[in-house]
Design a protein around this ligand. Structure first.
Ligand SMILES: Cc1cc2nc3c(=O)[nH]c(=O)nc-3n(C[C@H](O)[C@H](O)[C@H](O)COP(=O)(O)OP(=O)(O)OC[C@H]3O[C@@H](n4cnc5c(N)ncnc54)[C@H](O)[C@@H]3O)c2cc1C
Length: 416
């Protein structure tokens, strides 16, 4: 059923009893033409574009928990594309273009809100790095601008630009097209659209092994819901990628860290944009419910626990209270963590692996939500055709052997 004004009116007269399930929940088939491991936003988007643009209908997304229950449903929803290198600008810019009309394409309101993302500079190093980003972005046609502290405060009136604080604001970069989207809706919208095109979404189905034939190529997967044969697998398992890829005997240059976020009690609109500070590892926006959404940096040690250290949250809240003194008396409602997979150059890996038929999309670290549509779009091309899309070609696993790294570490301190 398409969502429209007419369907809303019809359902209101039927007391909302006629809405169908948003996606099918079929039993696994014995075999598929392709399988995507990981039902986060990236995996679901990949399956959707494989069906919608490459005509592949006999495919499944295999998810060990519930769709969106990984980092997709745990992130702070920041979207921007002002990364430093051309390769990154192309990838995140592609996603930014797809965000614009994603709700219409999926017929599902993903609540994309380009409210502007501002990144604060607190020292000379920040100023140099952000100005370099602004210049590089503008040369590449990506919007990004430099603001004085007064202009930053005009854009976000609750920002404290006093010079007497620990880390005074001495400037900021602003991407006006940046903003937020509703993370769950992104997963659900892609799932619903993919399912309507025939993609099987298999929840509560953990992959426990990847099987290979005599030639070494992938032959299928073992799952908690049985054996499934396939000759093509796309692994999109975020923080669990190293574990899943070890099932095929592939070691990766990845480390998995907990990253956490927290929300305050809801209040009336006070925050018209997103503000981030890499230096003091804190950032904040306001959700449509009114909660202030606050993000922290990663824990200092690797772990698979979906929570974060209390001292990290405390440190973040110290910084938030200093930057936004008028939120000091708010109570925090809840906090949570996700496991982010971090590469040495802080850029993702999208492409082939040494195992024939096995493809990889990972390494998004602390900042992959913003890339969801673009990542799914180019990875669908990679899995469907076996060859990289021109946008994901530079993000091959091979770059850690050749040395052609795409170093976005400066963009990615707490990069979202
Ligand atoms: C606290 C926090 C804040 C963040 N903030 C931002 C932000 O503001 N902006 C931004 O751009 N990014 C942000 N990120 C990063 C972003 O969330 C991720 O990069 C992105 O969501 C990754 O999407 P995904 O689909 O690849 O991964 P996930 O959504 O994690 O999906 C991977 C899925 O694979 C499944 N899986 C794993 N192992 C198996 C298995 N063996 N069998 C079957 N399924 C398996 C998992 O259950 C999971 O659902 C944040 C992350 C966190 C944790």
């Amino acid at each position: 059923m398409r969502f429209s004004l007419l369907s809303l009116i019809r359902q209101s007269f039927a007391h909302n009893t006629g809405w169908p399930e948003q996606w099918r929940s079929p039993e696994p088939k014995p075999s598929y033409d392709a399988i995507i491991i990981g039902g986060g936003g990236h995996g679901l988007a990949t399956a959707y574009y494989m069906a919608a643009e490459h005509g592949m209908r006999n495919i499944a997304v295999v998810e060990k928990g519930w769709i969106g229950g990984g980092n997709t449903g745990r992130n702070t929803t920041i979207i921007r594309s002002n990364y430093l290198w051309e390769e990154s600008e192309a990838l995140y810019g592609h996603a930014m273009t797809l965000w614009q009309d994603l709700s219409q394409v999926l017929n599902y309101n993903v609540m994309y809100s380009p409210r502007g993302v501002m990144m604060l500079a607190h020292n000379i190093h920040d100023v140099q790095v952000f100005k370099r980003h602004v210049h590089a972005n503008r040369l590449a046609g990506t919007d990004n601008e430099w603001l004085t502290p007064e202009q930053a405060k005009a854009f976000c009136p609750i920002l404290n630009i006093s010079k007497d604080i620990r880390y005074p604001v001495i400037g900021a970069s602003l991407q006006r097209r940046g903003g937020t989207a509703r993370h769950d809706a992104v997963a659900w919208g892609y799932a619903r659209a993919a399912s309507a095109l025939g993609v099987d979404i298999l929840q509560n189905c953990e992959v426990t092994a990847i099987t290979r034939d005599a030639s070494g190529a992938v032959a299928g997967i073992e799952t908690t819901r049985g054996t499934i044969a396939t000759k093509r697998i796309g692994v999109v398992a975020a923080g669990n990628t190293s574990h899943v890829m070890s099932m095929a005997g592939v070691r990766l240059p990845l480390e998995s860290y907990p990253l956490q976020a927290l929300v305050s009690e809801p209040v009336k609109p006070v925050m018209p944009c997103v503000v981030m500070s890499n230096t003091i590892h804190a950032y904040m926006s306001q959700s449509d419910k009114g909660e202030l959404v606050i993000g922290a940096g990663t824990d200092a040690y690797i772990s698979y626990s979906q929570t974060g250290g209390l001292h990290i949250a405390t440190h973040t809240l110290d910084a938030i209270c200093e930057m936004f003194p008028n939120v000091r008396r708010l109570r925090m409602l809840r906090n949570w963590g996700g496991i982010v997979d971090v590469t040495p150059d802080r850029s993702p890996i999208i492409g082939k692996t040494p195992v024939p038929g096995l493809f990889l999309n990972c390494g998004w670290g602390t900042g992959g939500f913003k890339a969801t549509p673009g990542s799914g779009h180019v990875f669908a091309h990679q899995v469907a055709t076996g060859e990289p899309h021109p946008i994901n070609a530079p993000f091959s696993l091979d770059r850690f052997r050749t040395g052609r790294l795409i170093d976005e570490a400066a963009a990615a301190a707490v990069a979202h």
